[in-house]
Structure formats: C-alpha cells, structure tokens
Design a protein around this ligand. Structure first.
Ligand code: AMP
Length: 147
C-alpha cells in the first residue's frame, strides 16, 4: 500500500464518529501523515453564506448553534491532537465540500464512516457513496454498525 501524506477525516458528529476518528488517527500515526479534520455545516441556517465558505474557528460569531458546532470540532481536534489550523468548518453540501477540500488541500486519503446522519436506511450513506465515486484520491469508508 502506498504511504499517505495527508489524511482528511470527515466528521458529522453522529453516533460512532469517534470510532471513525480513531481509525484516521491510527492511520496518520502509522504513515506519519498530516491529519486534517473537516466538518461541513449543512444542518443549521447560515444566511448570506455561499457554499464553500470556510468558517473561522477563532472568532465568536455570537450565533449559538454555530458556536456549538465549533466546540464539537475543537474538542475532537484536541482529542486527536490535530492543531486548530488543520480543523476546518465549511458551509455547504457535505459530499461536494469534502471532495473539493480534499482536492484543494491535496489530501491523498479521505476517511469517513460507512453511515452517518444521512445514511441509516441505505446500504452506504449518501455522502460516503458520492465521495467514494467522485473523489480523486483514495477513500476509506470505516464500516459502522447500522444501529
Ligand atoms: P452519510 O453518507 O451522510 O450517511 O455519512 C457517511 C459519513 O460521511 C459520516 O460517517 C461522516 O464520516 C461523513 N459525513 C457525513 N456528513 C458529513 C458532514 N456534514 N461533514 C463532514 N463529514 C460528513
């Protein structure tokens, strides 16, 4: 297997997300790769924000729902030992933003869960399915239990 230099972990903070995160962390350790985390905001309204907008983590927006998402991301980053400048919060459609971001940042492996918030009724979730088919780099879908 080729060595990975930049692993991108995509998180939606759904159940079992920690298991996916642990996998990404151990792969990053194994390959001594850079590890970045992306969370795409698609579940809270963000008026006047265009898709692909990167949300600053170090400025208080005064918007409670957004600040709650930032806290979750920062806590995960701290737990995984990922520096704040490698934690990304982006507004948009998850599958599109994950793929675009991986291309921009030259990630060579995307790690995500086989299911998340959108995929419980499907064989593979809709986000992971699109990423598997359209990403230009390798993709690891970490198998998660359905329940
Ligand atoms: P889904 O295909 O939407 O059921 O989700 C499968 C996996 O895609 C999840 O376990 C996450 O790893 C990733 N994912 C889904 N939604 C998002 C999101 N909004 N931001 C980042 N990653 C996501």
């Amino acid at each position: 297997m080729k060595e990975y230099q930049h692993i991108l972990l995509a998180v939606d903070f759904s159940e079992h997300g920690d298991y996916v995160a642990e996998k990404a962390k151990s792969l990053a350790f194994k390959y001594q790769s850079k590890l970045s985390i992306i969370h795409v905001l698609d579940n809270i309204p963000m008026p006047d924000t265009s898709y692909g907008t990167l949300i600053a983590l170090d400025q208080d927006s005064g918007y409670e729902l957004l600040e709650a998402e930032k806290i979750k991301l920062k806590q995960l980053g701290q737990y995984l030992g990922v520096a704040i400048d490698q934690q990304y919060l982006v507004w948009g459609i998850p599958k599109q933003e994950i793929i675009a971001f991986a291309n921009e940042q030259q990630a060579d492996l995307i790690v995500l869960g086989s299911h998340g918030r959108h995929g419980l009724a499907l064989l593979l979730g809709s986000t992971v399915n699109a990423v598997l088919h359209h990403a230009l780099c390798d993709v690891m879908a970490v198998r998660l239990p359905l329940a």
